[in-house]
Design a protein around this ligand. Sequence first.
Ligand SMILES: [Zn+2]
Length: 297
Amino acid sequence: MKFAAVLLLLLAVPGVAKPLVVATTEDLASIATAIAGDELAVDFLAPGSANTHAIELKPSYAMKLVKARAVIRMGLGLDNWVLSLIDNARNRALVPGAPGHIDASEGCSILDVPTDAVDRSMGDVHPFGNPHYLLDPANGLVVARNLSQRFSALFPASEAAFRRNLAAFEVAYEAKQQEWGPMVAQLRGVKVVTYHRMWGYFARFSGIDPVAEIEPKPGIPPTASHTRQVIDLMRAQAVKLIVRSPFYESKTPESMAAQTGAKVVTLAPQVGALPEVTDYWAMFDINLRRLVGAQGG
Ligand SMILES: [Zn+2]
């Protein structure tokens, strides 16, 4: 009887006993899950279907952080909202500077970094450089390596597993590069207008050429005069594609497309932004396929 009770307890334990790590975004959770494997439980706060610049904070977010052993954040000002949640959770393991506070952007190659403190030309939502760095898979690889190191320091008993999982991630990365190669070749130099200034990293990877944004500055809604300028530019440069993300309004891009003969293509700027984008690799699979389809068809 006693043995059976202990056995039941052991059976019940594994799911519960895994240390919890919480990512601020679904993107980061996808990479964290790949590195954590069976060693850790991974959860996230902001769903990929929402604009990370404008997250509606829920009480459940702070609750998740109460139990977390580590928080993984994008940094560069994108998810500063997590700081108040960490305060609310009163979890000292997660405060900035603690080993359990992981800024995934460390070591990533960052675009649009302001050259001097007074340069506000990037707008207020990208004050420290462009925070959408996971749209270049090379940065995803840097993040995977960061997480393997940081997880190993926090949970040394699982270090071998984290290293194995990182090796598998690196193999998958190489395989995906091969798979994406033919699509990337078709997209090189293809001019696009994007809604928000978030596709520079994807451009660096895929070779597309974002020539303008519908937002006058990142986070600033379209204006009539700026929209007219972009339409003129599209005509002058024969731009045939407008890229938008599901959480931005479609009225302005559709109107601009109607006036220029361009097509609007909806892409996923993060994991979870489209239902079929269920993990980090799928984000590139889907976006490349949609761009190639829109460009060729
Ligand atoms: Zn942004």
